[in-house]
Design a protein around this ligand. Structure first.
Ligand code: ZN
Length: 484
């Protein structure tokens, strides 16, 4: 008996549990891709698998729908691997450990992978169900979505015939997702050197913990602490008062996660140690006050650390502090077309040292291409001032909202027929692969549907299982209505 046995719709939860047992972190999709390929082939589908393990699965139309226009389904098979501190699990080798907590499905100490295991499970349900009325279906299940939308970027659309696409990377069952931002990621690299610490150096570990973090595109409006930005603020304040040398920084999880915690080691002269402690305590109190509503558990610690063999120079340390201070971070513009919608933002997501450079990784989403590039230009401008360098990747176009879309109308009608009230229509600040598909397949219309899921990309990720039935019924109703 599976952990999810007894939940409805059973067909869905059987498949969700099946794929949850297969480790499927980004770049490690071979096993899940082969599993899905075999699953579809056993059920008479034609499967195309590319060298990256992207899949395109063609499901023949059901009886009476042979002449209907095909519909393209989309979801991604990879998931963010993250776990709570102290959790031993090797997520590359083991699937997640599901459990039910009231209305929620969670994974013990790790990300759940509802993002986007939900989409994969829905497609498996449709592939498996021989009784469902539907037009010809083409399931595109991509890889490496969470790490730069690589799968979508390399996906070859030449075998796709559908001009209407349903995606399952949305999180609200009573709304239809109908447009999203594009985004671009950038590395900001500051050259650093290895230097022997001063003779009288004392070392501290500066740690920020307890921040809520969250998804950089869904949660950016919540004004939570970005630990990298907070760290830059503290480091800069120290550097204004005394010579300080940084070493050993690592922060962040992935380019779509707002870092809620981080640690670094720094050295100050023994004579300045007391003063440094006072500065950190003062800024910590400021942060605590400023974020008392958005991020009440934020905590800064400054504890003696073991001596390190090498440190960056004071000048280099100052540059790192200035970069973290001045790189755009958080909401940059709001949409005036759709109330409450963030139009542009930037998140400093990760930081590390590699090949003589400290790098800061950021992701800039915007619904407007020129605004995305304008924020990026500020990053280049600061790099010029600081003697840093910038390189970008994963430039993904936006998926423009089309209020007059026929597919959207079909989905709205199906929802009304089922539930007797209008579905909401939402446009989001998150960037989905659908922007790439819109660019690759001219004239493509898209919508995205999905059950409630929370805190995706974090070990707190949870799926409200009670909302899955509603989405499943909606999908089936839309397919039934697609007679032409
Ligand atoms: Zn995701």
């Amino acid at each position: 008996m599976g952990v999810l046995a007894g939940l409805e719709p059973k067909v869905f939860f059987d498949r969700f549990e099946e794929i949850s047992a297969i480790p499927r972190g980004s770049y490690h999709e071979e096993a899940i891709s082969n599993h899905l390929k075999a699953f579809a082939e056993e059920r008479g589908c034609t499967v195309f698998q590319d060298e990256y393990y992207n899949l395109l699965i063609k499901v023949p139309a059901s009886k009476g729908y042979e002449n209907a226009a095909p519909v393209l389904f989309h979801g991604h098979m990879d998931m963010v691997l993250d776990k709570e501190p102290g959790v031993e699990k090797d997520m590359l080798k083991e699937g997640v450990d599901l459990y039910i907590d009231g209305d929620y499905i969670k994974a013990k100490g790790t990300t759940l992978g509802a993002d986007n295991g939900v989409g994969v499970a829905f497609m498996m349900c449709i592939i498996d169900d021989k009784t469902l009325p539907h037009p010809p279906i083409e399931c595109c299940i991509s890889v490496q979505e969470e790490v730069g939308k690589k799968g979508g970027t390399v996906f070859d659309p030449s075998n796709v015939t559908g001009k209407r696409l349903m995606d399952f990377n949305w999180h609200k069952p009573d709304t239809i997702f109908a447009g999203c931002a594009g985004d671009i990621s950038a590395y900001f690299r500051i050259p650093v050197t290895e230097n022997a610490p001063a003779e009288d150096a004392v070392f501290y570990e500066l740690a920020i913990a307890g921040g809520l973090g969250g998804h950089s595109e869904f949660d950016i409006n919540l004004e939570r602490v970005n630990a990298l930005q907070a760290f830059g603020r503290i480091l800069n304040k120290i550097a204004l008062e005394m010579e300080v040398s940084l070493t050993d920084i690592t922060a962040g999880v992935n380019r779509y996660v707002i870092p809620g915690s981080m640690e670094a080691v720094l050295a100050v002269s023994k004579k300045d140690a007391q003063k440094a402690e006072e500065i950190v305590a003062a800024v910590a109190a400021e942060l605590k006050n400023e974020y008392k509503i958005a991020d009440p558990d934020i905590a800064v610690t400054f504890a003696p650390a073991e001596e390190k063999a090498s440190v960056f120079t004071y000048e280099e340390t100052k540059k790192i502090a200035k970069a973290l201070r001045l790189l755009p971070c958080g909401v940059q513009s709001m949409s005036l077309e759709i109330e409450g919608l963030v139009e542009s933002s930037n998140t400093l997501a990760m930081m590390d040292t590699e090949d003589g450079k400290v790098w800061i990784l950021m992701t800039i989403p915007s619904a407007v291409t020129s605004r995305r590039y304008n924020i990026l230009q500020k990053v280049y401008d600061l790099a010029e001032i600081l003697g840093a360098s910038v390189d970008t990747f994963a430039d993904c176009p936006e998926w423009p909202y089309r209020p007059d879309s026929k597919l959207l109308a079909t989905a709205k009608k199906a929802f009304y027929d089922l539930y007797g009230y209008e579905a909401g229509v939402e446009v989001s600040h998150s960037s989905l692969e659908l922007g790439l598909f819109c660019k690759k397949i001219p004239g493509l219309e898209c919508i995205s549907l999905g059950p409630k899921a929370y805190d995706v990309h974090t070990p707190k990720e949870r799926l409200d299982w009670t909302t899955v039935q509603m989405v499943w019924d909606h999908i089936k109703e839309i397919l039934k209505d697609m007679t032409e």
